[in-house]
Design a protein around this ligand. Structure first.
Ligand SMILES: Cc1cc2nc3c(=O)[nH]c(=O)nc-3n(C[C@H](O)[C@H](O)[C@H](O)COP(=O)(O)O)c2cc1C
Length: 503
């Protein structure tokens, strides 16, 4: 194609020059064509991009379409129930709740309910009265001196670095207004987190914010920050659903001077946190570390976050806890479908247990080892609606976190640009110009309303089941499509007669 490009290019140039010479029209073309020929020449001799080498100017169309593919998909192709990871309907629900406008839908469901994967709640003939107070639960076991009264829905871990400073400030101010907690993520506790909202301070393998010059855990720095009044709980990050077994990734484009200074790393290079902790290597070590953090923080709730992988390892951890008679105050269970700012695809798509089986496993294992009453279970994995909150509680969580739900409340449009610093809504970028689009004074109200309206919807669903407390929820509250054939055996009239007095 190179040859054709130059033949066509020079022919056009000669024709344009002649037309301009005789008719005095086509001046612009006469300027543009030589520029295109120079670009074309450059591309045809460069060795990096095969497409541009073969199609010296047309090749750019491919890059353009690739760049706008998510937008084309979202605006022209996607249907209301499509869209990944979140459908248009799911995103709209969050936007409406965040804006505090009507979130009811017209005409009926768009889902095909007669499918095996349908899942619904068994409502009661006698619904209870909807509780107007938003549900809360205490976190803090026997060794905790400063238990925390947490909301049932909170902001999941997302670092400053992954999110912009405006996003962090809006989240924190929203958390303050709605009295729920804001998890810092592993990037450290910064001034942007200290806007008055309750904080769960997350400690990852990079120990950002409590890190020695060598990158190991610094007890002095930890003690200083963990004792700040805003810090209500501390979470040790073992793994996260989107990339279990892989450390955090801060792409070079987002590693600004400011962030590098906060994290104590070199700017403008990609920072990979190590996959494992240097402060401990096994279950015993983790339990000692929990003890140490509890002492250093003067008894604040200490927990850990993980995505379940090898179930036997989790069981051994339970056995170690019992042997040491030391328990975390909470365990956060993150599903493999969880989100991230940046992760290798192999890890996002192919490592770790999804939320539903993981939560059921953790809950049942803690019950089996008779330690469930000592530990709160926090669930995170696509919790963006009242239904998802109720479902998480029924499957075994005591409270929930949402990351991408709160991102949507800030205006995230699922542009899938968190990793390259080009987030168009200013949520997941460090580009000062883009983040200006996110106005903290407007968006914090949305964060507040999303939380409030979602929990209110959860309260309404609870009332529909006829129950009055989330503590009464369990897995039996659900029916699934694949049960219907089984149910029909049990309850259709012919069988009913066998089981009842209808004979
Ligand atoms: C932009 C972004 C950044 C994240 N950063 C962290 C992090 O620093 N630490 C962590 O444990 N999880 C992190 N997560 C994972 C979330 O906290 C959460 O566990 C996961 O996304 C599942 O929740 P979701 O489905 O509500 O998003 C991040 C997620 C996103 C989307």
């Amino acid at each position: 194609m190179r040859k054709q490009f130059f033949i066509l290019g020079f022919t056009l140039l000669i024709i344009t020059a002649l037309v301009y010479y005789y008719l005095k029209i086509g001046f612009l073309l006469l300027v543009i064509l030589p520029i295109l020929l120079v670009i074309g020449y450059y591309n045809s001799v460069q060795k990096k991009h095969a497409i541009l080498r073969n199609f010296p100017v047309l090749g750019y169309a491919r890059y353009l379409f690739e760049l706008i593919a998510p937008e084309i998909q979202q605006y022209f192709i996607e249907r209301s129930t499509d869209g990944k990871p979140f459908s248009r309907n799911e995103r709209s629900l969050v936007y409406q709740r965040a804006k505090n406008i009507d979130s009811n839908t017209p005409f009926g469901t768009q889902l095909d309910l007669n499918q095996n994967h349908y899942e619904g709640i068994k409502h009661s003939i006698f619904p209870s009265v909807v509780n107007e107070d938003l549900p809360r639960v205490w976190v803090g076991g026997a060794d905790c001196k400063q238990p925390y009264h947490a909301s049932l829905l909170n902001i999941s871990a997302m670092s400053f670095g992954s999110l912009s400073e405006n996003a962090i400030m809006a989240l924190n101010k929203g958390a303050q207004k709605g009295h729920f907690y804001h998890n810092t993520g592993e990037g450290g506790l910064t001034e942007f987190h200290l806007q008055g909202g309750d904080i769960t301070w997350q400690i990852g393998t990079g120990y950002f914010g409590c890190r020695t010059a060598e990158g190991t855990f610094d007890a002095g720095k930890f003690s200083e920050k963990s004792n700040l009044p805003s810090v209500k709980m501390i979470e040790i990050k073992l793994s996260q659903g989107a990339k279990p077994g892989h450390g955090g990734v801060l792409p070079a484009a987002k590693n600004t001077e400011q962030i590098a200074k906060i994290r104590g790393v070199q700017p403008n290079i990609t920072i990979f946190s190590p996959p494992s902790h240097s402060a401990f290597k096994d279950s015993k070590g983790l339990i000692s570390f929990i003890k140490e953090l509890r002492t250093l923080s003067n008894g604040k709730p200490i927990g850990f976050k993980l995505c379940i992988g090898d179930t036997a390892e989790f069981e051994s951890l339970c056995i170690e806890m019992i042997a040491a008679d030391c328990y975390p105050d909470f365990i956060t269970v993150d599903g493999a479908e969880g989100g991230t700012g940046a992760a290798p695809l192999e890890f996002s798509d192919g490592v770790g247990m999804p939320f539903e089986p993981a939560l059921i496993f953790v809950n049942k294992t803690l019950i089996a080892y008779k330690i469930r009453d000592k530990i709160r279970v926090i669930g995170s994995g696509k919790i963006i609606s009242g239904y998802a909150v109720l479902r998480a509680i029924a499957l075994g969580a005591d409270l929930c976190n949402s990351a991408r739900g709160f991102m949507f409340s800030l205006g995230c449009i699922q542009a899938l640009r968190c990793h390259n610093n080009q987030c168009p809504t200013g949520v997941a970028t460090q580009d000062k110009m883009l983040m200006k689009g996110l106005v903290v004074t407007d968006k914090f109200e949305r964060v507040f309303h999303f939380h409030k309206n979602t929990l209110h919807a959860a309260n309404e669903l609870l009332a529909a089941t006829g129950k009055t407390s989330f503590a009464d929820m369990d897995i039996s509250i659900f029916m699934r499509g694949d049960e219907f054939s089984h149910l029909s055996d049990l309850y259709f009239p012919d069988n009913l007669r066998k089981h009842t007095t209808l004979q």
